[in-house]
Design a protein around this ligand. Structure first.
Ligand SMILES: [Zn+2]
Ligand SMILES: [Zn+2]
Length: 346
């Protein structure tokens, strides 16, 4: 074997079998490719981010985002091993930053180091959802109404909470175009304007599952797009005649509604404390609501009479002791008035 066979033909340094040596091979290879610029597209209204043509609501944090975008934009030689990337971000302006990248690794066992600068441009663009909302686009309205009454503040609150939760779960499942563009609370109840029919349908059934009542659906043809008919749907939620917190009269006795189960009202008998289900037809009338009660103080007990003090006037009034419960002087009781008649609530 001659000496020529064991040196690198390019640099003359020893090389087994006379091949081009590692450092000479590496010197000829462009092992690092850096884009001069990467772009971040963000919706200024909702913070959604577009990547590869698709908008997404995944939360992001500026520094992490820049780091991961720049890292992903770097292209290395497939044989590069033990890669170590070091980034130094510098803010240039509100929508521009530069990232100095230092890359170290081993290529064909030869340590290599390279660097480059990537400019990150922040671009603001309204996302698909926000442009639909700003264009007043919608696919349906959920109307929440009561039967012979306005929905109670608690029912309105609960409806909002249910709608928000359903919106959140659809969004989390990737349905970006499920949105609520308007909440309108007025004297008849609550109107929720929704961006997708699926959202409207799910909100309406979610509300009746919790608050009882029924839903009727009214589609209306509003136009045609690409040969397809376009409907807007009204989801009419009709809450039951009575709701939780109502004090009702059934067979001459006071009961309080503690829940609605389909068409039945779960009620607790104020006198005996027993729970029963009633149909709407069994209920004589509504006497009022628990919120209408006030806290009175027990002053004395004299056999089956309680002396209670009206907090607003300071005047003591005698009321029959309910069959259940203990009423030590000094304690408070909730008193509800059915017309002139005081009723002690448990
Ligand atoms: Zn060489
Ligand atoms: Zn947006």
């Amino acid at each position: 074997m001659s000496i020529q066979d064991s040196i690198c033909p390019l640099c003359g340094k020893p090389s087994p079998r006379g091949e081009v040596c590692g450092p000479c091979r590496v010197a000829k290879i462009q092992w690092l490719e850096c884009p001069s610029r990467v772009q971040v597209v963000v919706c200024p209204t909702c913070g959604a981010r577009r990547e590869a043509g698709t908008w997404s609501d995944l939360p992001w944090e500026a520094a992490d985002l820049v780091g991961s975008l720049v890292r992903r934009s770097l292209v290395f030689h497939p044989e590069l091993r033990d890669v170590d990337v070091d980034l130094a971000v510098r803010e240039r302006s509100v929508n521009r930053s530069t990232v100095e990248c230092t890359i170290r690794g081993r290529l064909f066992s030869v340590p290599v180091e390279g660097s480059c600068t990537v400019e990150v441009e922040w671009k603001k663009e309204q996302c698909d959802r926000c442009s639909l909302i700003s264009g007043s686009y919608y696919e349906g309205i959920v109307q929440v109404r009561g039967t012979g009454r306005r929905p109670s503040p608690r029912e309105i609150e609960e409806s909002r909470r249910i709608a928000d939760a359903i919106l959140g779960s659809l969004n989390a499942a990737g349905e970006r175009l499920a949105f609520i563009s308007k909440w309108d609370e007025h004297r008849d109840g609550l109107d929720i304007t929704v961006g997708s029919q699926r959202l409207g349908r799910e909100i309406a059934s979610g509300i009746t599952q919790t608050l009882g009542g029924s839903v009727s659906t009214h589609p209306k043809l509003v136009g045609e797009k690409a040969g397809k008919q376009i409907f807007r749907v009204t989801y009419s939620v009709r809450l039951p005649r009575y709701s939780r917190g109502d004090i009702l009269v059934v067979r001459g006795k006071y009961v309080e509604v503690i829940g609605v189960e389909g068409r039945l009202f779960r009620c607790i008998d104020i006198e005996s404390g027993t729970t029963r289900l009633f149909r709407e037809g069994q209920i004589e009338r509504r006497a009022g609501r628990r919120e209408d009660s006030t806290l009175w103080q027990v002053i004395f007990r004299d056999r089956d009479l309680l002396g209670l003090m009206d907090p607003s006037t300071g005047i003591t009034r005698e009321v029959l002791v309910p069959a259940k419960g203990v009423f030590p002087p000094g304690s408070g009781v909730h008193v509800f008035f059915d017309g002139e008649r005081p009723v002690i609530l448990p």
